[in-house]
Design a binder for this molecule. Structure first.
Ligand SMILES: Nc1ncnc2c1ncn2[C@@H]1O[C@H](COP(=O)(O)OP(=O)(O)OP(=O)(O)O)[C@@H](O)[C@H]1O
Length: 501
């Protein structure tokens, strides 16, 4: 389905249609590039040629491309290694320069990118290699990052421009296509060339002379076909037919997987269902790698694994309920979905905690995510998160085991400090007030200091919850129990509002 998108991906800047001003700006930048030249920030809607232009430019300049997208670990160290490479190292690779491509720059912040945006900004400032960043939404890019870059705007493509490109593809494929059909495809793609090329492919498969009817049928059939495919998977149709059906779809594997996942409850045998989930997780892995490496052949493996694997696991379970489309988030394309979910989660948490969105995102999101995973239902209820939002928050790649380890370490250190302070305070208290009257004022002092430092309040709250719910080794358990008791005394209801639920 995606063959034409890849087959006709522009190789040189001269092949990019539309956005000629942006293309000229990129060429000028590349020709005059020297150490210290600000990175480019290409921004604009999906599917209009930003990524293709960056690759085409590198090709024209004979630069090697190193792409790091949001699902990669964009740690300071990795970026530094690439951006700091000298020309000597590069010449060993036969290429004069290395273009560092950072996709989804609107996701480049402290949460997703270990080392944080600030550290990455420092590296970018001192880069000895050209850098291009790509974002859909300029407003989502961190201010400091934006200030460092030269912005290049990509606009949605005009209908006439899209028609011209589709016509070129038709002639290269030796197909004819009526003007009405091309107009219909171009208009319904709303300036997105990727979607237009996909639509042309869907309508043109097996047809030499495309008409408006083929386009309408292709559009109309789209959903019926995915319903059919999911049904066939559950019924366990033969492998060849399942694969044929998947080729007929215009949906990408990241959408198909959501449809299949949604239908897994129809597999009543729990072992079989678990097996199906296992296959979906393999497929999901391939999808991730496809985006990461821009190696689209992996998409085929993803489709094969999810369809054939689930069909085998379903073991002819059949269709017992209506096949339902995935949720509103699920129908969006991968990157858009992530972005929309992140935004919606941030909105809700920000108003719940009364913390500005960017502070929450940069400073607390990882921790809140760990916290949410401790008691997901209560958390979802407290912040009115739907299932997808909760899943996103908990399973965001940002919360890697490494992050959790760091947080646990921080907690332990805090705990040690708190113990020492408490011991001292108790010593003083016993001396000063044997009657114990100062308990209340001490508690309120603790509360004020924690409110001044919300992170520490959070960590104490998290710590308590963590201890009661997780199995630790015996030694830890002893320490945990004793400090749990002490934290019960310490935290007043008002104090814990910031992160309580
Ligand atoms: N301006 C264009 N000229 C020619 N082909 C294009 C153009 N824009 C998009 N395409 C086609 O669409 C496909 C996707 O384009 P590309 O990946 O460059 O879009 P993008 O703007 O980077 O989108 P996203 O923001 O989703 O990554 C390309 O492989 C190519 O086939």
């Amino acid at each position: 389905m995606h063959d034409w998108v890849e087959k006709y991906r522009p190789e040189s800047l001269g092949d990019i249609v539309g956005n000629q001003q942006a293309i000229r700006q990129m060429m000028e930048w590349a020709k005059n590039w020297k150490t210290g030249t600000p990175p480019l920030l290409l921004y604009g809607k999906p599917g209009i040629g930003k990524t293709s232009s960056a690759y085409a430019l590198a090709n024209d300049m004979n630069w090697e491309v190193v792409e790091l997208n949001a699902s990669d670990h964009r740690t300071k160290g990795i970026i530094e290694r690439i951006a700091g490479s000298t020309a000597t190292t590069m010449s060993l690779l036969g290429s004069s320069r290395k273009l560092l491509l950072l996709d989804e720059a609107d996701n480049l912040h402290g949460t997703a990118d270990r080392g944080g945006a600030r550290a990455i900004i420092d590296v970018i400032k001192n880069s000895r290699q050209p850098i291009i960043m790509i974002a859909n939404d300029l407003y989502g890019v961190a201010k400091e990052l934006k200030a460092l870059c030269e912005p290049v705007q990509f606009r949605a493509l005009q209908t006439a421009t899209i028609i011209k490109h589709l016509r070129y593809i038709c002639s290269a494929e030796k197909k004819s296509c009526s003007d009405e059909a091309l107009k219909e495809i171009s208009e319904s793609s709303s300036g997105d060339m990727r979607s237009a090329v996909n639509m042309l492919y869907a309508a043109g498969t097996g047809i030499d002379n495309l008409t408006l009817d083929n386009v309408s049928t292709a559009k109309k059939d789209e959903r019926a076909t995915i319903f059919e495919l999911v049904g066939a998977v559950l019924k366990g149709k033969d492998d060849r037919r399942l694969m044929e059906m998947s080729y007929e779809l215009s949906d990408t594997p990241d959408t198909i997987i959501q449809w299949i996942e949604k239908s897994l409850s129809q597999i009543k045998d729990i072992k079989n269902r678990a097996e199906a989930y296992r296959y979906l997780s393999y497929a999901d892995d391939y999808i991730g790698k496809t985006y990461k490496r821009q190696y689209y052949t992996l998409w085929r493996y993803a489709t094969a694994v999810m369809i054939l694997g689930t069909a085998q696991a379903a073991d002819g379970a059949g269709v017992s309920d209506r096949i339902m489309p995935p949720s509103r988030w699920g129908r969006m394309s991968g990157a858009r979905r992530q972005k929309a979910l992140r935004q919606s989660v941030l909105n809700r948490l920000s108003s719940g905690y009364h913390i500005p969105e960017d502070t929450l995102r940069d400073e607390y999101l990882k921790s809140v995510s760990v916290l949410a995973s401790k008691n997901p239902l209560a958390f979802a209820k407290e912040f009115s998160l739907d299932k997808d939002e909760l899943d996103f928050l908990i399973h965001d790649k940002a919360v890697s085991s490494e992050v959790i380890k760091t947080i646990k370490k921080e907690i332990k250190e805090l705990e040690k400090k708190e113990k020492v302070t408490k011991k001292k305070a108790n010593g003083n208290k016993n001396k000063a007030s044997p009657s114990g009257e100062s308990d209340a004022s001490d508690a309120s002092k603790d509360a004020t200091s924690s409110i001044k430092n919300p992170k520490s309040t959070f960590l104490s709250d998290y710590n308590g919850d963590e201890k009661s719910s997780e199995r630790e080794d015996l030694d830890n358990k002893k320490v945990d129990e004793s400090s749990e008791k002490s934290s019960e005394k310490k935290v007043s209801p008002s104090q814990s509002t910031l992160f309580s639920f």
